[in-house]
Design a binder for this molecule. Structure first.
Ligand code: UDP
Length: 499
């Protein structure tokens, strides 16, 4: 299925309403309830007590209201990654939390990707955002709103995520729900492109019950000082397949099976545990472009894991590594992203991967032997997560050289795994890492020399790299786990309903 075609993605398998030709919304399921008590051993008694209290208060305030999350893909990217566990924990707290995916056609996703790039201050495909785009955006969302309208009830709480769903606000307000718009993206400094995206969405948003932004810098001028605005940072789930502990021998087995490192010696089973607790094993292999054999298990591997999105700058990581790291170290680079047909709302993926492949082909032999482009299987989202888990745990250094970033989940994932991180000082990454304490920041994200110097430092000063990794994990436990995120949502909804 091609990216952006709007067909159901993995995990979204039950139409709530309507024949397949009428753009139904899909409820992602099954989302099994997870107990909040899981967090207790990790977060300490005070935090655990606050979580229990917030959960009880929210369950009682919400009563029989449902909490609906609405976004545009069930797999691929940070929002999908976060919703699964947050909905599961909310269900574990006795809240009827749901996750629904809207559908759109390729033109809809081209428009929303343009808005997305604009919110990051970037031109994207350079296309227009005029009357025709408004008309198309509204037409697609009207179909989705009809399907949603049939299942939501007055009084329900709705979290409509990102530009793809912002246009649902008026219909959901009319349906009597408490409709929040949840924005995960933004630019450090507004420019005419951010303003253009805001101008497009503003008319749809005015009646929202509330707004949740990942950081204060993303709040637009027209909402500054508005009491409906709330700031909640994203989070990771430390117990998900992506982040659960994995023994080093399993890490090696998973990576060898996927083809990312060489299979040497006796290998364990490439095993992982699914969300529902059932045992499984990595079955599919990755599509890999490389010259020569896979790296040996002991070869230091620099890794960036992200979607094939221009703003993640996989291309720049490859250039920086080839120019500034290759000669001074024995490290290899793996650029790791999803198989490009696997992310339904990202029309840019194939193009960006093609650009990286074309550039890779022009690199000298010595560089091509040490740089691999890896497209991970997306047929089974949990298997994909297990491979990402293994790649991040195996990495000598994790890079996130984004040109813009709402909040880097990949950064938080690597920090949780005590990996030393080199990341651009952009967007939410600046809240995640204090330079020199929890990782190294590249102050100008286009500065390949600075990127190279940080990488060489962490590849050679292993004690420093280890110290950064240790401190990164502590910071993640303190600030970026799902338990904190849930407390903030629970308190927000309880306050709104009680007053
Ligand atoms: N990811 C994944 N498989 C891939 C590439 C990325 O599961 O092949 C995940 C990654 O681990 C992270 C999410 O997608 O959980 C990306 O979130 P992030 O906030 O870094 O960026 P976004 O894609 O939301 O812009």
């Amino acid at each position: 299925m091609a990216a952006g075609e709007g067909a159901p993605t993995a995990g979204s398998d039950r139409p709530l309403r309507g024949p397949a030709t009428v753009a139904p919304v899909y409820e992602v399921q099954p989302i099994q309830a997870l107990p909040l008590t899981r967090f207790e051993p990790l977060v300490g008694e005070a935090h655990a007590a606050r979580l229990r209290a917030a959960a009880e208060r929210a369950a009682s305030a919400l009563g029989n209201r449902s909490v609906w999350n609405v976004n545009s893909t069930a797999s691929g990217g940070g929002v999908a990654e976060m919703l699964q566990p947050l909905v599961a924990y909310a269900r574990g707290a006795g809240v009827d939390a749901r996750w629904v995916v809207i559908e759109g056609d390729p033109e809809f996703f081209r428009i929303t990707k343009r808005l997305h790039n604009g919110f990051h201050g970037q031109a994207g495909d350079g296309g227009p955002l005029g009357h025709a785009e408004h008309a198309h955006y509204e037409q697609v969302l009207t179909h989705n709103a009809e399907a949603l309208g049939a299942v939501v009830r007055a009084g329900d709480v709705m979290l409509l995520h990102d530009p793809q769903t912002a246009g649902l606000v008026p219909a959901m307000v009319r349906a009597g729900t408490l409709a929040f718009w949840r924005d995960h993206i933004g630019a450090d400094v507004a420019n005419e492109l951010t303003e253009r995206s805001w101008a497009f969405l503003h008319p749809y948003l005015t009646e929202a019950a509330g707004f949740v932004f990942s950081r204060p810098a993303y709040v637009p001028d027209w909402l500054r000082g508005d009491p409906r605005v709330h700031i909640i940072a994203p989070s990771i789930d430390p117990f998900s397949t992506k982040n659960a502990d994995m023994a080093p021998s399993t890490v090696r087995a998973v990576l060898a099976h996927a083809g990312i490192i060489q299979a040497t010696g006796d290998l364990d089973v490439p095993a992982f545990v699914r969300r529902d607790g059932s045992p499984s094993r990595v079955d599919h292999v990755a599509d890999i472009l490389r010259a020569g054999p896979a790296p040996l298990p002991g070869t230091p591997l620099v890794v960036q894991v992200s979607r094939w999105d221009r703003l993640k700058d996989m291309y720049g990581v490859m250039e920086g590594f080839a120019e500034h790291v290759l000669a001074g170290t024995d490290a290899q680079l793996a650029l790791v992203g999803p198989n490009v047909t696997g992310v339904a709302d990202d029309p840019e993926g194939a193009e960006v991967l093609d650009e990286c492949v074309a550039r890779w082909r022009t690199l000298p032999d010595a560089a091509r032997a040490r740089i691999q482009l890896v497209a991970l299987p997306m047929a089974d989202v949990e298997e994909n997560a297990a491979i990402v888990n293994a790649v991040q745990r195996h990495a000598a250094v994790v890079v996130q050289k984004s040109l813009a970033e709402g909040f880097g989940l990949t950064v938080a994932e690597a920090m949780w795994k005590s990996r030393p991180v080199v990341a651009s000082a952009v967007g939410g990454i600046q809240d995640q890492i204090v330079h020199g304490e929890h990782g190294l920041l590249v102050h100008d994200p286009t500065d390949l020399e600075e990127l190279g110097a940080h990488l060489r430092r962490l590849l050679t000063d292993l004690a420093f790299a280890e110290q950064l990794g240790r401190q990164a994990r502590e910071r993640t436990v303190e600030l970026f786990l799902g338990s904190r995120h849930l407390i903030e949502y629970a308190e927000l909804f309880s306050t709104l309903i009680e007053t």
